[in-house]
Design a protein around this ligand. Sequence first.
Ligand SMILES: Cc1cc2nc3c(=O)[nH]c(=O)nc-3n(C[C@H](O)[C@H](O)[C@H](O)COP(=O)(O)OP(=O)(O)OC[C@H]3O[C@@H](n4cnc5c(N)ncnc54)[C@H](O)[C@@H]3O)c2cc1C
Length: 469
Amino acid sequence: MSKSNLLSAPASPVGEVIAALTPHFGERLSTAPAMREQHGHDESWHETAPPDAVVFPQSTEEVARIVRTCAAHRVPVIPFGAGTSLEGHVAAIHGGIAIDMSRMTALKRVSPEDLDCTVEAGITRKQLNAQLRDTGLFMPVDPGADASIGGMVSTRASGTNAVRYGTIRENVLGLTVVLADGTVAHTGGRARKSAAGYDLTHLLIGAEGTLGVVTEVTLRLHGIPEEIGAATCSFAGVDQAVATVIETIQSGIPVARIELLDDVMVRACNAYSGLSLPEQPMLFLEFHGTAAGVAEQSDRVAALAEANGGSGFAWSTRPEDRSRLWEARHNAYYAALALEPGKKGFTTDVCVPVSRLADVIAATRADIAATSLTAPLVGHVGDGNFHLILLVDPEDDANMAEAMAAHDRLVTRALDAGGTCTGEHGIGLGKQHYLAREHGDALGAMRAVKQALDPHDIMNPGKMLPPAG
Ligand SMILES: Cc1cc2nc3c(=O)[nH]c(=O)nc-3n(C[C@H](O)[C@H](O)[C@H](O)COP(=O)(O)OP(=O)(O)OC[C@H]3O[C@@H](n4cnc5c(N)ncnc54)[C@H](O)[C@@H]3O)c2cc1C
């Protein structure tokens, strides 16, 4: 329990905040240990750090009230979406108030003619797409987990189909945000482009709750494709699979998804889901378009795969067959965890220019093979982005040290290749020390932004920016 948690008596700042908010929020403010515990961790291996209280606002005005009250008492505010992040993002390491956005889920407006909509930030991507279905439109960004739109905005999320539709960054037009002093600001708008002033929308996208609480999001939408095709193909080695990916992208084939599983991950999927896939690296593809367009894309990729020694190219447009073909990919994360029951997933992601993908993956696999670690690899390889799921026992110092060292070498390799320490999961607690390595002098400008917008460091303190000095 954090020091602050022990100081929750009414006279402490956080006690004052709880006392001030309780009359307004009633049972929508909880200090129950189980509730605090649940909000003190994400899906990663990082240690739980519970907030002192959890509040469930139902409007932007209520969020502003919470933040104003916390600002007056200099108490930390930790925005909480669905808690699916992977770098310790929501851990309340300095105590404070978690703002759970799960009761702000309204789809406020859809404009089919403009292909956009405005939502409250707590809506999850699956909830949103279920409500959009009758319009023939969808919000494509898909991080796998059923994350909230506010959380996706705040981690600059992407996922399997960013190769075709872009990341959340390319799909947000505007935001409503409660800033650290409790004021409400509207950024961006509904126009498809604007040259008006600083681009605060994109400053807040990926800010990890350190600059404000996003309460509403205006999103671009896309037409549900007339036809969807899925395909899988095995390769003797990762190099051949990655060569197929690179040639597919360089040929301009507009694949919607192109995912790589290495042989360790395929083995995990076979064991977890009772499949009998060849235990070799595999590509999983999805094609969107007209029936003829999807067939043509599939044929072109099949030819590239064959030229690279791919085998067993299977494809279908029938929904039940597509689900079957993609079953392994959909369950990959939990299949990886099941390889060594009792261990946790130390999931990391890096992203490199696609031309460097093959050598960075090859070097990474050789590196892991020389350790005692189990670390299946899965990648959104069309973007040059891949994940390692290092299986660790956080209580075992030697195991953790070995994983940390391998992780450090992975990030160094990605940075040396002109890549980034994280393509989509963000910095949180886990990658702070790489921010300076990646951004050098720009870190000073980042600190200046934080100081200007949150001078008392109440917004998700201790996250993203490494400690100064
Ligand atoms: C199995 C699995 C697979 C995943 N695959 C992917 C993937 O392919 N691609 C990918 O990008 N991610 C992936 N993730 C990570 C995760 O789903 C994303 O980071 C997601 O965007 C987090 O959203 P959330 O609602 O769960 O946010 P949370 O975990 O609740 O919060 C994440 C961060 O955003 C802040 N935040 C949340 N809501 C707000 C708000 N309204 N205003 C301001 N700040 C806010 C929080 O303070 C925190 O810093 C995966 C996770 C899992 C468990």
